[in-house]
Structure formats: C-alpha cells, structure tokens
Design a protein around this ligand. Sequence first.
Ligand SMILES: CO[C@H](O)CCc1ccc(O)cc1
Length: 115
Amino acid sequence: KHDSPVSCAKKAKTVKAQQILLAELEAHPAAWPFLSPVNQKSVPGYRKVIKKPMDFSTIREKLTNNQYLSLESFIMDVNLVFDNCEKFNEDHSEIGQAGHSMRRYFDKRWTELLK
Ligand SMILES: CO[C@H](O)CCc1ccc(O)cc1
C-alpha cells in the first residue's frame, strides 16, 4: 500500500516536473489553439478525422485527478495534441505553425527538466 521513501520522492519529482511543464505550455504565446477542446460542432470534419482529441485543459484535469500513472503517459497526451494538430492543419497555416512551435518548445523543456 505504501511506497518506499525513495520511490515516493521520485514520484513527487515527476509530478512537480509535469506541473511545471504544463504551466509553461499553457503560458506560451502560441498555446491559444490548444488551451481548450476543439469545438467539434463548429469545425467540419474534426470528429471524423481526429480519433483521440486532446488539449491542455484536459491534460490539466487529468493531472489534477492523478490520472497520469507515469511520465510517459503525460508526454503521450502532450504529443497527441501536436500530432492531432499536424493531422488536421497544413504545416504553414497559422495553427499548423503554432503546433510546430509548441512541440519544439515542449521537446526542449522536458529534456532540460527530466533528462
Ligand atoms: C488545434 O486546433 C484544431 O486543429 C482545429 C483547427 C481549426 C479550427 C477551425 C478552423 O476553421 C480551422 C482549423
């Protein structure tokens, strides 16, 4: 039922890093397309094309509810946001460019924080 102090401290470090990373993503100037779920009623084709929608507010909810059992599952959800964006938007569109910029930033920051 109880973690050893070492694994408990390690888990706390991971949660702290996830909170820092998510706060930085939410505060990024190019985060605006990703802050809340895409409105599938007002965006034609989105529901059919994007099988697993994801956005920063949903990740925030999951993190708050301790739904990330590993660092990997957190990183997978963040990458899902950017992969969905690449699938649905042209690379050189405004939102496409925002997605590439945010992915570059995330890759750099999680490497600095956790590698
Ligand atoms: C993260 O944004 C989504 O990819 C939806 C992008 C989109 C929404 C409405 C449009 O008219 C065009 C693109």
